[in-house]
Design a protein around this ligand. Structure first.
Ligand code: AMP
Length: 281
């Protein structure tokens, strides 16, 4: 596996691959890898000739009081993991390489960026869209792989790719969960044993919602209230938001009809976790 740190080096490698007629698959990450990330790598390997994984904890997508500094990092373990998975290239730039002095440009995906997580994390999706566009330009992927766990993120990236006529296919991969249901996340590492137990309320509440819709519930307000009461029964949980929205626009829906995205964000201490489910009625 090649490890590339410079933008110029990554661009040169991508150009060479293109000349050789290779289809490039790309998995952008912030590292501290788990099986959720690995599922994206597997999908990329199945659909592309070469796979690039980037590890970059992007400072511009963190708010001033968020966990940028303490975000978990373990490059050695991550690169061993990627090597074993058969990844062709790890792109691991540092912040000064990506945002040199004088950097001024950013991308806004208006409307979509302000809903759900965007409301409690202002500027977050501007940071995400900008870094992903830059990485697309550097890595020149034919296909890029994102997890459905970050449902709003993948929607925003798809919108950006369509709006800016990017020549990249955006592939959404299903949420990978721990055996007990907790969605895998690098941030789960922050949870102590009590928090870890409490965090199960997330997937439990969404499973309840799925069953409720299966049993005929069509009122979004009642559905959200039911999720809220499950989460409120967990003393360590502090709800950021719970919403039932149109998966294309992220606008709240009143009724569960067609496809609906139920998304939530909940704090356990200072750890903020997200989860979601798509329901069809
Ligand atoms: P991150 O390193 O958390 O920024 O995530 C990098 C990519 O992995 C994003 O596309 C995430 O949506 C995806 N991802 C993270 N956790 C999971 C998971 N549990 N299942 C599927 N994809 C995931």
């Amino acid at each position: 596996m090649k490890v590339v740190k410079s933008v110029a080096g990554m661009k040169a490698l991508a150009r060479q691959w293109k000349r050789d007629g290779k289809r490039i698959g790309f998995v952008p990450t912030m590292g501290y890898l788990h099986d959720g990330h690995l599922s994206l790598v597997r999908e990329s390997k199945a659909r592309a000739d070469v796979t690039v994984v980037s590890i970059f904890v992007n400072p511009t997508q963190f708010g001033p009081n968020e966990d940028f500094k303490k975000y978990p990092r373990d490059l050695e373990k991550d690169s061993a993991y990627l090597k074993k998975a058969g990844v062709d290239c790890l792109f691991y730039p540092d912040a000064a390489e990506i945002y040199p002095p004088g950097y001024r440009t950013s991308v806004e995906v208006e409307g979509l960026q302000d809903r759900l997580c965007g409301r409690s994390r202002p500027g977050h999706f501007r940071g995400v869209a900008t870094i992903v566009l830059k990485l697309f330009d550097i890595v020149a992927p034919d296909a890029a792989f994102f997890g459905a766990k970050d449902a709003q993120q993948v929607l925003i990236i798809k919108r950006m790719a369509a709006d800016l006529d990017l020549d990249v296919e955006i592939v959404t991969c299903p949420i990978v969960r721990e055996p007990d249901g907790l969605a895998m996340s690098s941030r789960n590492a922050y949870l102590g044993p009590e928090g870890r137990k409490a965090a199960l309320a997330l997937s439990m509440s969404l499973r309840w919602a799925e069953k409720a819709v299966g049993a005929g519930e069509r009122d979004a307000g009642r559905l959200v209230a039911g999720i809220r009461s499950i989460l409120e029964a967990e003393p360590l949980a502090r709800i950021d938001y719970i919403e039932a929205v149109d998966p294309a626009t992220l606008e709240p829906v009143a009724e569960i009809r067609g496809e609906v995205l139920v998304a939530l964000a909940v704090f356990f201490g200072s750890t903020r976790l997200i989860d979601n489910v798509r329901l069809t009625a």
